[in-house]
Design a protein around this ligand. Structure first.
Ligand code: IVH
Length: 687
């Protein structure tokens, strides 16, 4: 790199001013949620800063441009916490909180009311951020409380995290700040929606999504997940002291650190109960998931006198909100058919009010879940509806069984079209394989015409439904048969909107091959897999009747995906559909095709020939880990045996761990699995 010349003084001043200004606007936007400039103005400032930094090499440590762009790492380094990160004792009733207050008074030998603080308990991931000389030096996970993992590069991408403590007043030499990293509920829903669209497994809850995002080896993925943080405590510190928790919180706020959405001081336990109730009533409206409130003794001197037990401080407690649950009776269990033909069971029950909403049905996720929870028609069950999360059946109340309950079985035929259903080996999903199943058709067309597919503007859910019920479209090719007059005959269309539709359809006729393949909605084939296909096959026709074995030679394509693709292109009906589309003028372009030679396909995959079993909780959903194993040539099995090569053990491993020891099967961690699999963290999820 050519030597950069020292930046002139006025450039330095401009860079410094820009950094201050942009950081201020980040604070307005991400912490206060009240921006004062437009996105365009912001972009202009950002671009200018980037340009000056690049030209003169003058880059401040707190520069906003340094948040992203760090290269993926191999694994996380360990970090010892200077002061251990404790957990909290729980209280489940008002009386238990009163007990807590009594205990404190007794320990302190005090009669008068104690000053407490009350704040929401964030359901996320505990994090320690160490600031040295005012700059963010390190961020680490809680780990076992004593030692966590260095996730600094990922935490830097969280826009609400100050990279530098604001000047003025007390800026400590060193301070360990603690907070909870979480995912905004809207973001969580959006993320899951797009994962499902791409055929990727959804995260079970925002907490898992946040954890999975923080534990990415590639900071670029973390950055794309839009995480937030709320600060609520501190560990070791040098050069600063606070008289109370509330004084510390004021300091945090003045230094632009995001703090909990509600923070109340309350003298005496009865006032604490009021504050707790207030938070409980607000919880549905929060943009984060909360399962309780945290009550802390405010005075730092008293906190110190009270001290800590091994794992929890005596001066704080978490009050757990009553979960949103109710019991009701299951009247029926039915199956609904989605775009890819997956038949998802759902329960219809006697309508019941939970958390202010009447609920009459809920998904049962999959047929294995029904078996696992032993749910039968006629059962009385506990249903949970937490926050905005869709209701689900928590468990069966067995005591209420009469013996007349009916077991349900995996459907032998599609509940909508009566067609054949299949269950692929090792898969929980049951699918209707008929391409013409009416339930699937509409969803399929919506996907086909969608933004990431053929991108036919205006052909969304409502219009697809309208055209379908009028009998105008029942498959992809019908779209290209539509004429001006067809639209004009419909209630919702005038000349202008009809012209727009016809034009949009015409415009969609030259997709890239990757887009086209994605829009076909082949099971498991998301945008990434579609792209891989396009990179390896020059023309659509090269995929006709392609055997799975040939697809398996493509790096990153696992046998599940390969099987689905091969099955799709074996089906004459599908070939006919594609030929019909071509006859209407569709032409696929393939700028992605790169693999001119086939040699590459012959390379061995990293996990080829190895069998894995997973136990315990991994940092990612289990299905994701299993898919990753399969995609890299390995086999993920649920039962451990002598032919198992590795047991991957997460947190709280089950009995499989003992079994592995007995059988002499090697046990490895998730991180070691990633190493074996040579997961390059810069490849986005494969499914
Ligand atoms: S204070 C020494 N305040 O809850 C006490 N914790 O179950 C440290 N949490 O590990 C915790 N919101 O990860 C505190 N407002 C809040 C919190 C909070 C969430 C988490 C934290 C802690 C866990 C304990």
């Amino acid at each position: 790199m050519p030597e950069k010349k020292e930046a002139p003084a006025e450039i330095k001043r401009e860079v410094e001013r820009l950094v201050k200004e942009i950081n201020y606007h980040n604070y307005r936007y991400y912490v206060l949620d009240s921006p004062v400039i437009t996105d365009e103005e912001y972009d202009r400032l950002y671009r200018r800063l980037k340009q000056l930094e690049e030209k003169y090499g003058y880059i401040l440590p707190e520069s906003p441009t340094g948040r992203v762009g760090a290269a993926p790492s191999e694994k996380f380094a360990k970090v010892r916490h200077t002061a251990p990160m404790l957990s909290l004792d729980n209280a489940f009733s008002h009386d238990e909180l009163r007990e807590f207050d009594k205990r404190i008074k007794r320990l302190l030998g005090r009669g008068e009311d104690i000053e407490y603080t009350v704040e929401p308990k964030y359901d996320g991931l505990a994090m320690e951020l160490t600031y040295e000389g005012g700059f963010l030096a390190r961020a680490s996970t809680r780990g076992d409380g004593f030692e966590g993992e260095d996730v600094t590069r990922n935490i830097r991408t969280i826009m609400a995290v100050p990279l530098k403590i604001e000047d003025g007043g007390a800026v400590p030499e060193v301070i360990d700040l603690r907070g909870e990293v979480y995912m905004d509920l809207e973001e969580f829903k959006k993320l899951n929606r797009s994962r499902e669209e791409a055929g990727e497994p959804a995260f079970a809850n925002p907490r898992n999504a946040a954890a999975g995002s923080v534990r990415q080896l590639d900071p670029a993925i973390t950055a794309s997940r839009k995480l937030f943080i709320a600060f609520y405590g501190m560990g070791a510190a040098k050069g600063v002291e606070f008289k109370s928790h509330s004084e510390f919180m004021d300091w945090l706020r003045s230094k632009r650190f995001p703090v909990p959405a509600v923070f109340e001081k309350a003298r005496g336990i009865e006032r604490v109960l009021e504050a707790v109730e207030k938070i409980e009533n607000m919880r549905e409206r929060f943009r984060f998931e909360t399962d309780g409130a945290v009550i802390k003794v405010d005075d730092a001197g008293l906190q110190q006198r009270l001290g800590s037990k091994t794992r929890e401080p005596r001066w704080a407690i978490a009050y757990k909100f009553t979960a949103h649950q109710a019991s009701t009776k299951i009247m029926d269990i039915r199956g609904s058919v989605g775009r890819t033909g997956v038949i998802t069971p759902y329960a219809v029950f006697e309508p019941v009010r939970i958390g202010g909403v009447t609920v009459g049905k809920s998904t049962l996720h999959n047929w294995d879940e029904i078996k696992r929870k032993d749910i039968r028609i006629g059962d009385t069950v506990v249903v949970e509806r937490a926050g905005d999360v869709i209701p689900h059946v928590l468990m069966v109340i067995r005591e209420k069984r009469t013996g007349r309950e009916k077991e349900v079985h995996v459907p032998a035929r599609c509940p909508v079209c009566g067609g054949e259903v299949v269950r692929e080996e090792g898969e929980v999903a049951v699918r209707c394989v008929s391409l013409s199943c009416p339930a699937q058709v509409q969803e399929r067309i919506i996907h086909f015409a969608g933004r990431n597919g053929m991108d036919i503007e205006g052909l969304g859910e409502k219009n697809v439904e309208l055209l379908y019920t009028k009998g105008l479209i029942k498959n992809f090719e019908d779209i290209y048969r539509l004429k001006m007059d067809d639209f004009l005959a419909l209630p919702r269309f005038a000349r202008k909107s009809a012209t727009n539709m016809v034009n949009a359809i015409e415009r969609s006729k030259t997709p890239t091959l990757a887009r086209f393949l994605y829009s076909l909605g082949i099971p498991h084939v998301g945008e990434y897999a579609a792209r891989l296909l396009a990179k390896n096959f020059p023309e659509l026709e090269d995929l006709y009747h392609v055997p799975a074995e040939k697809l398996l030679r493509i790096k990153h394509l696992g046998d599940k995906i390969a099987g689905a693709i091969s099955a799709f292109f074996k089906d004459e009906k599908n070939i006919k559909t594609m030929e019909a589309l071509k006859s209407y003028g569709l032409r696929m372009e393939n700028p992605d095709f790169t693999e001119k030679k086939t040699e590459k396909w012959k390379e061995k995959l990293p996990l080829e020939g190895m069998t894995f079993v997973i136990t315990g909780m991994l940092p990612v959903p289990r299905k994701e880990a299993e898919d990753m194993i399969e995609a890299r040539g390995g086999h993920a099995s649920s039962a451990i045996s002598g032919s198992t090569d590795y047991l991957v053990a997460g947190e709280k491993p089950g009995s499989k761990l003992d079994k592995a020891r007995q059988l002499g099967v090697k046990t490895i961690s998730y991180e070691e699995l990633l190493e074996l699999a040579k997961v390059r963290p810069d490849t986005p999820s494969l499914f």
